[in-house]
Ligand binder design. Structure first.
Ligand code: ADP
Ligand code: ZN
Length: 285
Protein backbone atom coordinates (compact mmCIF):
# COMPACT_ATOMS: atom_id res chain seq x y z
CA UNK A 1 0.00 0.00 0.00
CA UNK A 2 1.46 3.28 -1.12
CA UNK A 3 -0.06 6.59 -0.14
CA UNK A 4 -0.33 9.51 -2.56
CA UNK A 5 -1.42 13.08 -2.01
CA UNK A 6 -2.08 15.62 -4.71
CA UNK A 7 -2.01 18.80 -2.65
CA UNK A 8 -3.59 21.44 -4.84
CA UNK A 9 -4.41 25.04 -4.09
CA UNK A 10 -8.09 24.38 -4.88
CA UNK A 11 -8.48 20.78 -3.81
CA UNK A 12 -6.62 17.94 -2.17
CA UNK A 13 -6.81 14.39 -3.52
CA UNK A 14 -5.60 11.48 -1.39
CA UNK A 15 -5.32 7.93 -2.61
CA UNK A 16 -3.75 4.55 -2.00
CA UNK A 17 -2.32 2.44 -4.77
CA UNK A 18 0.46 0.10 -5.79
CA UNK A 19 3.69 0.09 -7.76
CA UNK A 20 1.79 -0.64 -10.99
CA UNK A 21 -0.01 2.66 -10.77
CA UNK A 22 -3.31 1.11 -9.73
CA UNK A 23 -5.37 3.29 -7.40
CA UNK A 24 -7.54 1.32 -4.97
CA UNK A 25 -9.30 4.12 -3.19
CA UNK A 26 -9.28 7.89 -3.28
CA UNK A 27 -10.97 10.92 -1.78
CA UNK A 28 -11.05 14.57 -2.72
CA UNK A 29 -11.90 17.64 -0.66
CA UNK A 30 -11.53 21.40 -1.05
CA UNK A 31 -8.35 23.03 0.24
CA UNK A 32 -9.20 24.96 3.41
CA UNK A 33 -6.84 26.02 6.20
CA UNK A 34 -3.92 23.66 6.86
CA UNK A 35 -5.48 22.58 10.20
CA UNK A 36 -8.75 21.45 8.62
CA UNK A 37 -7.23 20.07 5.43
CA UNK A 38 -4.34 18.11 6.93
CA UNK A 39 -6.66 16.63 9.57
CA UNK A 40 -8.77 15.22 6.73
CA UNK A 41 -5.62 13.78 5.13
CA UNK A 42 -4.69 12.01 8.37
CA UNK A 43 -8.25 10.73 8.75
CA UNK A 44 -8.12 9.14 5.28
CA UNK A 45 -4.75 7.42 5.71
CA UNK A 46 -5.00 6.39 9.36
CA UNK A 47 -6.33 2.86 8.76
CA UNK A 48 -4.68 2.30 5.35
CA UNK A 49 -1.40 0.81 6.55
CA UNK A 50 0.70 2.76 4.06
CA UNK A 51 4.36 1.81 3.67
CA UNK A 52 5.43 5.06 2.04
CA UNK A 53 3.88 8.33 1.01
CA UNK A 54 4.34 10.64 -1.98
CA UNK A 55 3.20 14.24 -1.87
CA UNK A 56 2.94 16.44 -4.96
CA UNK A 57 2.20 19.93 -3.75
CA UNK A 58 1.32 23.41 -4.93
CA UNK A 59 4.10 25.82 -4.15
CA UNK A 60 6.45 27.36 -3.69
CA UNK A 61 7.78 24.54 -1.52
CA UNK A 62 11.11 23.57 -0.01
CA UNK A 63 12.36 20.38 -1.69
CA UNK A 64 15.95 20.55 -0.45
CA UNK A 65 16.40 17.68 2.07
CA UNK A 66 19.33 19.55 3.66
CA UNK A 67 17.27 22.64 4.42
CA UNK A 68 15.73 23.37 7.83
CA UNK A 69 12.42 24.03 6.14
CA UNK A 70 12.42 20.89 3.94
CA UNK A 71 8.87 19.70 3.43
CA UNK A 72 7.34 23.15 3.94
CA UNK A 73 5.07 25.10 1.70
CA UNK A 74 6.92 28.43 1.87
CA UNK A 75 5.92 31.91 0.65
CA UNK A 76 2.67 31.11 -1.10
CA UNK A 77 0.00 33.61 -2.15
CA UNK A 78 -2.40 31.25 -0.31
CA UNK A 79 -1.58 33.01 2.95
CA UNK A 80 -2.98 30.47 5.44
CA UNK A 81 -0.42 27.99 4.06
CA UNK A 82 2.62 30.25 4.34
CA UNK A 83 5.48 28.40 6.10
CA UNK A 84 3.33 25.32 6.62
CA UNK A 85 5.35 22.25 7.61
CA UNK A 86 3.37 19.68 5.60
CA UNK A 87 5.82 16.79 5.85
CA UNK A 88 6.54 17.54 9.55
CA UNK A 89 2.82 17.33 10.30
CA UNK A 90 2.39 14.08 8.38
CA UNK A 91 5.50 12.55 10.00
CA UNK A 92 3.88 13.03 13.40
CA UNK A 93 1.07 10.71 12.31
CA UNK A 94 2.78 8.26 9.96
CA UNK A 95 6.25 6.91 10.54
CA UNK A 96 6.97 6.00 6.90
CA UNK A 97 9.34 7.31 4.22
CA UNK A 98 7.90 10.42 2.57
CA UNK A 99 8.70 11.98 -0.78
CA UNK A 100 7.85 15.61 -1.39
CA UNK A 101 7.95 17.51 -4.65
CA UNK A 102 5.97 19.98 -6.72
CA UNK A 103 2.66 18.74 -8.12
CA UNK A 104 3.97 19.27 -11.64
CA UNK A 105 7.26 17.45 -11.05
CA UNK A 106 5.17 14.57 -9.72
CA UNK A 107 2.92 14.68 -12.77
CA UNK A 108 5.95 14.66 -15.08
CA UNK A 109 7.29 11.57 -13.30
CA UNK A 110 3.87 9.86 -13.34
CA UNK A 111 3.51 10.49 -17.08
CA UNK A 112 7.03 9.16 -17.68
CA UNK A 113 6.26 6.05 -15.61
CA UNK A 114 2.76 5.12 -16.82
CA UNK A 115 1.45 7.80 -19.15
CA UNK A 116 2.10 9.75 -22.34
CA UNK A 117 5.88 9.88 -21.81
CA UNK A 118 6.24 6.24 -20.73
CA UNK A 119 9.81 5.05 -21.15
CA UNK A 120 11.24 8.50 -21.91
CA UNK A 121 14.01 10.11 -19.84
CA UNK A 122 13.12 13.66 -20.82
CA UNK A 123 9.69 15.18 -20.61
CA UNK A 124 7.92 18.34 -19.64
CA UNK A 125 4.57 18.52 -17.85
CA UNK A 126 2.76 21.83 -17.73
CA UNK A 127 -0.50 22.66 -16.05
CA UNK A 128 -2.60 25.54 -17.31
CA UNK A 129 -5.20 26.01 -14.60
CA UNK A 130 -5.65 28.50 -11.77
CA UNK A 131 -1.93 29.04 -12.19
CA UNK A 132 0.65 27.86 -14.68
CA UNK A 133 3.43 25.55 -13.59
CA UNK A 134 5.86 23.16 -15.14
CA UNK A 135 7.73 20.08 -14.02
CA UNK A 136 10.55 18.51 -15.95
CA UNK A 137 12.30 15.20 -16.12
CA UNK A 138 15.77 15.66 -17.62
CA UNK A 139 18.10 12.70 -18.15
CA UNK A 140 15.80 10.64 -15.94
CA UNK A 141 15.85 13.08 -13.03
CA UNK A 142 13.33 15.64 -11.89
CA UNK A 143 14.73 19.13 -12.13
CA UNK A 144 15.43 20.85 -8.81
CA UNK A 145 18.00 23.45 -7.97
CA UNK A 146 18.27 26.53 -5.85
CA UNK A 147 14.48 26.21 -5.44
CA UNK A 148 12.50 24.36 -8.10
CA UNK A 149 11.55 25.58 -11.54
CA UNK A 150 8.77 28.17 -11.64
CA UNK A 151 8.04 27.91 -15.34
CA UNK A 152 4.74 29.78 -15.19
CA UNK A 153 6.40 33.06 -14.35
CA UNK A 154 8.65 33.44 -17.37
CA UNK A 155 8.69 36.69 -19.31
CA UNK A 156 6.84 36.53 -22.60
CA UNK A 157 6.15 38.84 -25.51
CA UNK A 158 2.77 40.55 -25.36
CA UNK A 159 0.43 40.13 -28.33
CA UNK A 160 0.30 43.50 -30.14
CA UNK A 161 -3.52 43.58 -29.91
CA UNK A 162 -3.75 42.49 -26.27
CA UNK A 163 -4.22 45.37 -23.83
CA UNK A 164 -4.92 43.26 -20.75
CA UNK A 165 -2.55 44.31 -17.97
CA UNK A 166 -2.00 40.82 -16.56
CA UNK A 167 -3.07 39.03 -13.40
CA UNK A 168 0.14 37.87 -11.68
CA UNK A 169 0.44 39.56 -8.27
CA UNK A 170 4.22 39.62 -8.67
CA UNK A 171 4.87 40.35 -12.36
CA UNK A 172 1.50 41.23 -13.84
CA UNK A 173 2.13 40.11 -17.44
CA UNK A 174 4.27 36.99 -17.08
CA UNK A 175 3.02 33.79 -18.76
CA UNK A 176 0.74 32.90 -15.82
CA UNK A 177 -0.48 36.49 -15.55
CA UNK A 178 -1.53 36.48 -19.20
CA UNK A 179 -2.69 32.91 -19.83
CA UNK A 180 -3.85 31.09 -16.67
CA UNK A 181 -7.60 30.55 -16.11
CA UNK A 182 -8.10 33.71 -14.01
CA UNK A 183 -6.46 35.86 -16.73
CA UNK A 184 -8.85 34.47 -19.33
CA UNK A 185 -11.76 35.28 -17.05
CA UNK A 186 -10.51 38.80 -16.27
CA UNK A 187 -9.79 39.61 -19.91
CA UNK A 188 -13.05 38.39 -21.41
CA UNK A 189 -15.44 38.71 -18.45
CA UNK A 190 -16.36 35.04 -18.62
CA UNK A 191 -14.84 31.82 -17.36
CA UNK A 192 -12.90 29.82 -19.92
CA UNK A 193 -15.51 27.07 -20.11
CA UNK A 194 -18.20 29.66 -20.89
CA UNK A 195 -16.43 30.91 -24.01
CA UNK A 196 -17.24 29.25 -27.35
CA UNK A 197 -14.54 27.07 -28.85
CA UNK A 198 -14.11 29.46 -31.81
CA UNK A 199 -13.61 32.52 -29.57
CA UNK A 200 -10.52 34.64 -30.23
CA UNK A 201 -9.47 33.97 -26.62
CA UNK A 202 -8.09 30.62 -27.71
CA UNK A 203 -5.84 32.08 -30.41
CA UNK A 204 -4.38 34.42 -27.84
CA UNK A 205 -4.06 31.59 -25.35
CA UNK A 206 -2.18 29.45 -27.87
CA UNK A 207 0.05 32.41 -28.73
CA UNK A 208 1.19 32.72 -25.10
CA UNK A 209 1.43 29.02 -24.23
CA UNK A 210 3.45 28.35 -27.39
CA UNK A 211 5.98 31.01 -26.40
CA UNK A 212 6.46 29.24 -23.09
CA UNK A 213 6.86 25.87 -24.79
CA UNK A 214 9.40 27.19 -27.28
CA UNK A 215 11.52 28.51 -24.43
CA UNK A 216 11.36 25.17 -22.65
CA UNK A 217 12.06 23.20 -25.86
CA UNK A 218 15.16 25.32 -26.38
CA UNK A 219 16.40 25.03 -22.79
CA UNK A 220 15.31 21.53 -21.63
CA UNK A 221 14.95 19.65 -24.90
CA UNK A 222 12.03 17.48 -23.74
CA UNK A 223 11.14 14.39 -25.81
CA UNK A 224 7.47 14.89 -24.99
CA UNK A 225 5.40 17.84 -23.80
CA UNK A 226 2.27 17.13 -21.79
CA UNK A 227 -0.27 19.88 -21.18
CA UNK A 228 -2.82 19.40 -18.41
CA UNK A 229 -4.98 21.55 -16.15
CA UNK A 230 -8.51 22.88 -16.53
CA UNK A 231 -7.82 25.24 -19.44
CA UNK A 232 -6.41 22.40 -21.57
CA UNK A 233 -9.84 20.76 -21.56
CA UNK A 234 -10.32 23.10 -24.53
CA UNK A 235 -9.18 20.56 -27.14
CA UNK A 236 -9.06 23.14 -29.92
CA UNK A 237 -6.03 24.63 -28.16
CA UNK A 238 -3.78 21.71 -29.08
CA UNK A 239 -3.65 22.22 -32.87
CA UNK A 240 -3.31 25.98 -32.37
CA UNK A 241 -0.44 25.57 -29.90
CA UNK A 242 1.37 23.04 -32.13
CA UNK A 243 1.12 25.38 -35.11
CA UNK A 244 2.40 28.38 -33.12
CA UNK A 245 5.31 26.34 -31.73
CA UNK A 246 6.40 25.30 -35.22
CA UNK A 247 6.10 28.87 -36.47
CA UNK A 248 8.05 30.35 -33.55
CA UNK A 249 10.87 27.80 -33.92
CA UNK A 250 11.31 28.84 -37.58
CA UNK A 251 12.81 25.49 -38.51
CA UNK A 252 15.68 25.86 -36.08
CA UNK A 253 15.08 22.60 -34.20
CA UNK A 254 15.27 19.85 -36.82
CA UNK A 255 13.93 16.83 -34.96
CA UNK A 256 11.35 14.34 -36.17
CA UNK A 257 9.27 15.13 -33.08
CA UNK A 258 8.84 18.73 -34.24
CA UNK A 259 8.98 18.36 -38.01
CA UNK A 260 6.99 15.16 -38.53
CA UNK A 261 5.32 14.14 -35.33
CA UNK A 262 4.18 17.25 -33.53
CA UNK A 263 0.64 15.87 -33.00
CA UNK A 264 2.25 13.21 -30.88
CA UNK A 265 4.78 15.56 -29.28
CA UNK A 266 2.52 18.11 -27.58
CA UNK A 267 -0.25 16.08 -25.98
CA UNK A 268 -2.90 15.83 -23.27
CA UNK A 269 -1.93 13.81 -20.14
CA UNK A 270 -2.02 10.07 -20.79
CA UNK A 271 -3.17 9.67 -17.19
CA UNK A 272 -6.00 12.19 -17.67
CA UNK A 273 -7.43 13.62 -14.48
CA UNK A 274 -5.37 11.12 -12.47
CA UNK A 275 -2.06 12.69 -13.57
CA UNK A 276 -1.59 14.53 -10.27
CA UNK A 277 -2.46 11.65 -7.95
CA UNK A 278 -0.48 9.07 -9.93
CA UNK A 279 2.35 11.58 -10.01
CA UNK A 280 2.38 11.63 -6.22
CA UNK A 281 2.33 7.82 -6.28
CA UNK A 282 5.30 7.82 -8.64
CA UNK A 283 7.18 10.15 -6.29
CA UNK A 284 6.75 7.60 -3.49
CA UNK A 285 8.25 4.89 -5.70
P1 ADP B 1 -6.21 24.09 -10.27
O1 ADP B 1 -5.24 24.74 -11.20
O2 ADP B 1 -6.83 25.05 -9.31
O3 ADP B 1 -5.69 22.86 -9.63
P2 ADP B 1 -7.73 23.35 -12.65
O4 ADP B 1 -6.56 22.73 -13.34
O5 ADP B 1 -9.05 22.66 -12.78
O6 ADP B 1 -7.49 23.56 -11.12
O7 ADP B 1 -7.86 24.82 -13.24
C1 ADP B 1 -8.90 25.68 -12.90
C2 ADP B 1 -8.93 26.82 -13.91
O8 ADP B 1 -9.19 26.27 -15.20
C3 ADP B 1 -10.02 27.84 -13.64
O9 ADP B 1 -9.51 29.14 -13.92
C4 ADP B 1 -11.11 27.45 -14.61
O10 ADP B 1 -11.89 28.59 -15.02
C5 ADP B 1 -10.35 26.88 -15.77
N1 ADP B 1 -11.11 25.82 -16.45
C6 ADP B 1 -11.62 24.71 -15.88
N2 ADP B 1 -12.26 23.96 -16.80
C7 ADP B 1 -12.16 24.62 -17.98
C8 ADP B 1 -12.61 24.36 -19.31
N3 ADP B 1 -13.31 23.28 -19.62
N4 ADP B 1 -12.29 25.26 -20.25
C9 ADP B 1 -11.57 26.35 -19.97
N5 ADP B 1 -11.13 26.66 -18.74
C10 ADP B 1 -11.41 25.81 -17.76
ZN1 ZN C 1 4.34 35.91 -12.41
Amino acid sequence: MIGAIEAGGTKFICGVGNEKGEIFEKVSFPTETPEITLAKVVEFFKDKNIERLGVGSFGPIDVNPKSKTYGYITKTPKLAWTDCDVIGYLKKHFDVPMFFDTDVNGAALGEATWGAAKGLDNCLYMTIGTGIGGGALVSGKLVHGMLHPEMGHIIIKRHPKDNYEGKCPFHKDCLEGMAAGPAIEARWGKKGYELPSDHEAWDLEAYYIAQGLVNFILTLSPEKIILGGGVMKQEQLFPKIRKEVVELLKGYVQTTEILENIDNYIVYPGLGDNAGLLGALALAL
